[in-house]
Design a protein around this ligand. Structure first.
Ligand code: PGA
Length: 250
């Protein structure tokens, strides 16, 4: 059976509870019974809201980060267990904004992936090169080391999502070409293979993220190895996000 497409909305530090309610209602209506999985990752204070709702929703909720420790003196942090308790199925780990503003390195990210898996969450590992790294022909080296270092201690779990998010494409309106994304998908699959994960057999989702919107999604859908998208700004707009989700229905 074909793996359902996966669409993850990364709200970053945006949105409020009524925005969340509206977007969930709208996605549920517009997506219908389509064979797609949709996960929205709002800021931490909004996570419980969906958990407290009456019925099972087709739209699942994820967090944007978690700490690697189970508990302790980590002011401002949230553990993977707490994320599970608030009703989340997924957690984004290693987003470039966390790597940049919170100085998260590959070792920290690996520990977070382990904690997420142990708690029963699906980790959404973000990888991607900066503009200078692309210009310096370092794409293979950067992507491979990000994938391998985050996952090599975690190979027991095959329930992993990898989001290729070139740093230079996030929030800039620029996107890589179909060829560039396809090349990185090959690097990701090779890196997974190196640590004993077969991307196809193990049904690993490879997503693309970085300035995805309903105007460029048709072009991005030409990348055969992708099974969906990690969407930032456009996931805050119910019409745009629904159009993106519905772009892969046929
Ligand atoms: P963007 O963000 O779609 O607004 O570029 C994507 C992301 O950072 O995950």
């Amino acid at each position: 059976m074909k793996t359902p497409s996966l669409f993850i909305g990364n709200w970053k530090m945006n949105g409020n509870s009524s925005d969340l309610q509206k977007i969930i209602d709208s996605i549920e209506k517009s997506v219908g019974d389509g064979a797609s999985d949709v996960v929205i990752c709002p800021p931490f204070p909004l996570l419980f809201q969906q958990n407290n709702r009456k019925k099972q929703s087709k739209v699942r909720i994820g967090a944007q980060d978690c700490h690697y420790a189970k508990s302790g003196a980590y002011t401002g942090d949230v553990s993977a267990e707490m994320v599970v308790e608030s009703g989340c199925s997924h957690v984004i780990i290693g987003h470039s904004e966390r790597r940049l503003y919170h100085h998260e390195d590959n070792a920290t990210i690996s520990k977070k992936v382990s904690a997420a898996i142990e708690a029963g969450l699906v980790p959404v590992l973000c990888v991607g090169e900066t503009y200078n790294q692309r210009e310096g022909n370092q794409v293979r080296e950067v992507i491979s080391s990000q994938v391998r270092s985050a996952l090599e201690h975690n190979v027991k779990s095959k329930q992993i999502v990898i989001a290729y998010e070139p740093v230079w494409a996030i929030g800039t309106g620029k996107i890589p070409t179909v060829k560039e994304i396809s090349e990185v998908c090959v690097i990701i699959k090779e890196s997974l293979g190196y640590i004993g994960i077969d991307a196809t057999r193990d049904k690993v989702h490879i997503l693309y993220g970085g300035s995805v919107n309903d105007g460029n999604v048709e072009e991005l859908n030409k990348v055969g190895s992708l099974s969906g998208f990690l969407v930032g700004a456009a996931s805050l707009d119910s019409k745009k996000f629904s159009n993106i989700v519905n772009s892969r229905r046929n």
